[in-house]
Structures are given as C-alpha cells and as structure tokens.
Design a protein around this ligand. Structure first.
Ligand SMILES: Cc1cc2nc3c(=O)[nH]c(=O)nc-3n(C[C@H](O)[C@H](O)[C@H](O)COP(=O)(O)OP(=O)(O)OC[C@H]3O[C@@H](n4cnc5c(N)ncnc54)[C@H](O)[C@@H]3O)c2cc1C
Length: 417
C-alpha cells in the first residue's frame, strides 16, 4: 500500500487543454492547389536540368514573387500576401515536393532575410525593404555563418566598427543561401559590448553559448548589392540542392550607412535566434515537402515494378517500408503545423520549431533513403528522382542548426537553468 502511494506521488501528469482543428480553410486549400499546379507546370519539367547544371532559377523566383509567394508571412501594408506560417508551410512544402532548391531559395529569402528586417527593423527600414523583397523584385540573403563559426555562432569574427555616420564591415561569411544573387543581405557582425537597451542573451536560452563577445555584442546590418567593399566570393559546388546558390560573402572595408543598423546595437544575436525560430519552421516544411516527394515516387514505382511476377508493392517488406514512411511523414507534418499555428498565434516557438525541424529533417533523410531502396538499382540512377531527393534532404539536418544543436536547444528548453 505504502509503495503504491509513493509511486502515485511520483506520477506527474501534464494536462493539455483545448480542442484541435486539423481542417485547412478553403483559402488555404486554394493556395495549396495553386502552388501545386505552379510547381507541376513551371518547375517539374526543369528540375533535372537545373540540378545537373546548378542553374539558379531566377525567372521562376520572379514568377513566385508575382504570385505573392516571396512574402507570404508579411502583412499587405508591407507588400506581403497577408498570410501566416500555416500558408507559408503549405507553399514551401508544395515547392519542395518538386524541387527542394526552390524551397530553400524562398525560405532563406522570406523567413531569414525579409523576416529579420520585418522583426527587428524600424518603420522606415520595413517600408523601404520588405515590399521589394515580398514582391520578388529583390532577392534576399541572411548571413550569420562564417568559416570558423557555424554552430557556435557567437564566436563570429566579422567585425563592424563605427566611423562617423557609417559602419565599416570587415570579414567573411560562408555558406550563404542566395549569396551570389542577393540584392539585399542581412549580415551579422561583431560590434563589441552590447548597447544599453539590448536584450540579454539569458532571455533567449536557445543560444548554444553565451560566453563569447559575439553573443553579447553581435549586431545586424542591411547591406545592399553594389555597396563598395562587398562582393560574393566562392560559389559552393554542392552534394544536393544544386540549383540553389550557396556562396561566400566578402566584406573589405565595406562602408554601410549608420541607418542600416538593424535593431538595437548588440542585440543581433538575440534577434537572430528569434528569426531562426521562424526559419526552422521553413526548414521543417522543406524537409516535409521533399519527404512527400520521395514517398510519392516510391509508392508509384512500387506499383509499377514487377519482380517474381508481381508488383513489388505486393511484398510485405515493401508495404512495411511504405507504412513507416507515410506514418512518419504524418507525424512530421503535425509537428510542423503545430509550430506554424503557434507562430501565427504570436507564441514563442523555440521548443516547437526545433522539435519540428529536428524530427522532420531526420524523417526526410530516412524516407529518401527508403525511396532509393524501393527503387533498387534504379534508385541509384539519375533517370529517377529518388537519388536527387536522397542528396537534397541531407541539408535539412544541417542548415539553420544541425540535428545535434536542435537536440541541445530542445534539452535547454526542457531543463531551463
Ligand atoms: C546548403 C547550405 C545553406 C546554408 N545557408 C545558410 C544561410 O543562408 N545563412 C547562414 O548564415 N548559414 C547558412 N548555412 C550554414 C549552416 O547553418 C551551418 O553549416 C550549420 O549551422 C553548421 O555549422 P558548420 O557547418 O560550421 O558545422 P559545425 O558547427 O562545425 O559542426 C560540425 C559538427 O559538429 C557538431 N557540433 C557542433 N557543436 C556541437 C555541440 N555543441 N554539441 C554537439 N555537436 C556539435 C555539429 O552538429 C556537426 O555535426 C548553410 C549551410 C549549407 C550547407
């Protein structure tokens, strides 16, 4: 009896309240159908060639801008479509289902570059930059990573020093999506100790480290293409997502007007973490789309391919693979949509965004792997899309924080100091 009471005392139940509505609205279904149709017509016929030649699909991106898909998450008054993250996830998923390269181009442009300006910018900066980005007239990039500072973003060395009414930027950013094509870059640089009014890093426990000057003294700047001293450097030759551009950015005594400081001086790291809360939802959507694309190909192939006189989908080994793939994709979608829904309800989503990003990207890798397996030897051949999904999905476990860093963020949210 005593033992039972102790056991019960140690049982801690969490109650979750409220109802759950999984139904998409008519408007959301229309948007989904529109993007699906666009991807099938305008993207699918070119994917193989773009991948082979690492062709950046600028014209397609401009078309997406005309359709309102380069600024889904921004209000009409800033030139956006007035949608939220649910619609943004639907759009990125549908694009990535056909070509993850297009998905990542839109994601880095929207939820990293444009959203940093929208989130941290003053009214003048918002009005000046967000409409041009949301229309697709200008392409955006967001530069945090450096050659020696990836997961440990706080150890950044790219420096900005004040010189009268200008900032002088010196340093190199690496692996920057859209880097060679960007008209507008948001660049994180070290400015020194935080200014009065900057939020403390402790307010954002997702920060992997808070000991270095970078986390306490990082600031964000808007740098426009053509600014003297700023140029794209090496364009990376990648395993996957080859039609997306991933480039180095070089700053050599690059003079940026003082009014291009984005947000409070010294608060760049905290703002970057806030930006990544939204960005990670887009990487979850990217992984989700590619997982669905790989699954669809595998399902179709399993019904066409005959061995031992029967379609391979008749074999239980293949059925179980498909069952696991479909189940994991559904679970990934639920996590992604939950994070999107919370974001649309203005809730802090550090935990939920990381869970969605971690799980979805790892599911995408598993699903793409099984898709190749179901295709057998044809899965290894470039005539079938399975091998491309297999190469492309890997980025999802690396970009915007690796799987290891997502686990670290999740654990810190579960075990706050
Ligand atoms: C295609 C592509 C596009 C990208 N786009 C952008 C972009 O637009 N903007 C941008 O700023 N960056 C971008 N990145 C950079 C990306 O965010 C970084 O590559 C990523 O954060 C990892 O940093 P790193 O490559 O330096 O790896 P590292 O940080 O060196 O990590 C190497 C390994 O060590 C592990 N590790 C590191 N620290 C820890 C720890 N504390 N605990 C456990 N494991 C750890 C990592 O998980 C990883 O497995 C892009 C990268 C790629 C490949």
């Amino acid at each position: 009896m005593l033992a039972v009471a102790r056991w019960a005392d140690n049982l801690h139940l969490t109650t979750y309240g409220g109802s759950v509505d999984f139904q998409l609205t008519d408007e959301q279904l229309q948007l989904q159908a529109m993007v699906r149709d666009f991807a099938a017509r305008e993207i699918a016929p070119h994917v193989h060639e773009w991948d082979e030649t690492s062709h950046f699909p600028l014209e397609t991106i401009k078309q997406l801008g005309k359709l309102g898909l380069m600024g889904c998450i921004f209000p009409d008054e800033y030139g956006g479509s007035g949608y939220g993250y649910i619609e943004y996830v639907l759009a990125i998923e549908e694009l990535s289902r056909v070509d993850g390269s297009v998905g990542i181009i839109v994601a880095a442009h929207t939820s990293l570059c444009s959203n940093h300006i929208f989130l941290a910018g003053n009214e003048e900066q918002r009005r000046r930059y967000v409409p041009r980005l949301a229309s697709g007239e200008h392409i955006g990039a967001w530069a945090l990573t450096e050659p020696n500072s990836g997961s440990d973003a706080g150890s950044a060395r790219c420096a900005a020093t004040r010189k009268g009414d200008r900032w002088l930027l010196n340093g190199t950013k690496t692996f920057i999506t859209n880097g060679s094509y960007a008209d507008i870059c948001v660049v994180l640089a070290v400015t020194g100790a935080p200014a009065a009014g900057a939020a403390s890093v402790a307010e954002y426990p997702s920060a992997p480290g808070d000991k270095t000057i970078g986390t306490r003294g990082l600031s964000a700047f808007i740098v426009e293409r053509g600014t003297p001293g700023f140029r794209p450097g090496k364009k990376e030759n990648k395993l996957g997502l080859r039609a997306s551009d991933t480039s180095e950015l070089i700053f050599e005594d690059c003079e940026v007007p003082a009014e291009n400081l984005l947000g409070v001086e010294g608060q760049g790291f905290v703002d970057a973490m806030r930006v990544l809360d939204g960005g990670r939802i887009s990487i979850a959507a990217l992984g989700l789309g590619m997982a669905v694309g790989a699954y669809d190909c595998a399902l179709h192939y399993s019904r066409q391919r005959k061995q031992f006189g029967r379609p391979i989908s008749d074999f239980q080994a293949i059925q179980w693979k498909l069952a696991d793939m479909a189940t994991e994709i559904d679970a990934a979608r639920l996590l992604t949509m939950r994070a999107a829904w919370l974001k649309d309800h203005h809730r802090k989503t550090t935990l939920e965004s990381s869970m969605a990003k971690l799980y979805t990207s790892e599911v995408a890798v598993r699903v793409a792997n099984e898709a190749v397996q179901i295709h057998g030897g044809y899965g290894f051949i470039k005539d079938y899309p399975a091998e491309k999904f297999y190469r492309d999905v890997k980025l999802c476990t690396i970009g915007e924080g690796t799987s290891e860093i997502q686990r670290l963020i999740i654990a810190r949210q579960l075990l706050p100091e």
